[in-house]
Write a protein that binds this ligand. Structure first.
Ligand code: LLP
Length: 403
């Protein structure tokens, strides 16, 4: 269980120890991300065992690419989903072998494709006809065979934020099924330059409405059957990532139940598919494992609004500013005193620089430290250098030891 309260203080319980977060934050004296690495591995295990059949998990490293987290995931035998040459290189540096790497992304450059082919990665998820043409051309030039899967767009509404929806027909991602005949023809005409592995979809992120996954799987499965019926042998079926978490509250048992439900639903939807099942989860693995800690610099009580002005903000965690995403914010040490409502804001010269709107705090004072919860996914990786504040350090704990 990642972070718990002990006598009002937030602690990380690992290896039979209580790691006191306030002591750690004060010794760093700067905003930092603190991750529970053990929780990451536990959640991967939970996801794997939630399926009633073998499943190849490829962790979507775009969510969090702390090197020690990647090293542990690789060492535990999981694969990785990447979206750039930078990510492929980092994954391989952290111990993933090429045959555990999937490369996704709509805008792959020649250099990225060449790198993937040269290294013979497991699978390139193709997002358009011109991309397949480019891959075939580069495979022929390099004299090597590229393994490709086609990312289909099943036209499903995942009922998530529009910025994180990707499987709707008007999104830039994936391909409509009407492209399949053309794609297959290109493969057949390529004289063995590409190996057609299978189909894939990824309909979006922070999806809480899990029927959408079933619908997407069913639709993509129909396309898959169509390909198999035409006598083309395939080896993989990749169901993407996207499972969300409940940012409003945290109950570890409920989380595990939700992961279990997802695995069960997907297992049902995949009954009879006799291929390697691949999945690319990010947030559900690392979202819960991280907090961002920040010190209150000023308590600013104005006639119309109260603010807690902190030393961290949208430069460290952009999700609230970009998506109006909700993250729980709490003091590292609970206090008693007058209760007031505050906007928790950062130092950046933008009114969007908010970590939490209208939050209730008791007895809060200058110099208090706060935790922004569920910041393990799409937190540090989306940080920017805007206003040139020193970036938040990232500390991960495995088995009671800090890295
Ligand atoms: N596979 C592909 C091809 C993806 O594009 C993504 C995420 C994933 C897997 C992993 O999705 P997950 O399981 O983490 O939902 N910055 C946004 C999220 C963007 C997700 C982009 N793609 C946020 O902070 O909510």
């Amino acid at each position: 269980m990642p972070f718990v309260r002990k006598e009002g203080r937030l602690v990380l319980q690992q290896a039979g120890q209580d790691i006191d977060i306030l002591t750690l934050a004060q010794s760093e004296s700067h905003p930092c991300y603190i991750y529970d690495g053990d929780d990451v591995l536990n959640r991967l295990k939970a996801l794997k065992s939630s399926f009633d059949r073998p499943v190849s998990i490829h962790y979507a490293m775009k969510a969090n690419h702390h090197p020690e987290i990647l090293r542990r995931i690789a060492a535990a035998g999981y694969g990785v989903d990447t979206v750039s040459m930078g990510e492929v290189k980092k994954a391989m540096k952290c111990g993933f072998s090429a045959d555990q790497v999937v490369l996704s992304g709509v805008g792959k450059t020649v250099a990225e494709i060449d790198f993937a082919i040269e290294n013979q990665i497991k699978q390139i998820n193709v997002e358009s006809v011109p991309e397949l043409q480019r891959i075939i051309h580069r495979s022929q030039a390099l004299g090597k065979v590229a393994s490709v899967a086609f990312r289909m767009n099943p036209d499903v509404d995942p009922k998530t934020h529009p910025y994180t929806s990707t499987g709707f027909r008007d999104n830039k991602f994936g391909m409509d099924q009407s492209f399949l005949p053309q794609l297959i023809r290109l493969v057949q005409d390529s004289q063995g330059a590409v190996r057609f592995m299978g189909l894939t979809n990824h309909i979006g992120s922070q999806i809480r409405y899990t029927d959408a996954f079933e619908e997407a799987t069913e639709k993509t499965r129909r396309m898959l059957d169509h390909v198999l019926e035409s006598g083309i042998p395939l080896s993989t079926f990749d169901i993407g990532g996207g499972l969300g978490i409940d940012y409003d509250q945290y109950d570890p048992n409920k989380d595990l139940a939700e992961i279990g439900d997802y695995g069960l639903k997907m297992s049902q939807a995949l009954k009879g598919v006799d291929l390697e099942i691949m999945t690319e989860p990010g947030r559900v693995i690392v979202g819960r494992c991280g907090i961002l800690v920040t010190e209150v610099q000023y308590v600013k009580e104005a006639p119309y609004k109260n603010f807690l002005i902190c030393d961290s903000g949208m430069h460290d965690l952009i999700r609230p500013a970009l998506y109006r995403a909700h993250h729980r914010v709490e003091p590292l040490q609970l206090k008693s005193g007058e209760t007031k409502i505050y906007d928790v804001v950062g130092p950046i010269c933008e009114s969007a620089d908010v970590l939490g709107y209208d939050r209730r705090f008791e007895g809060v004072e200058q110099g208090d430290w706060l935790a922004v919860f569920d910041a393990g996914a799409y937190g540090a990786v989306m940080a920017s250098s805007y206003n040139l504040h020193e970036p938040a350090k990232e500390i991960v704990f495995f088995d009671g030891k800090a890295y």
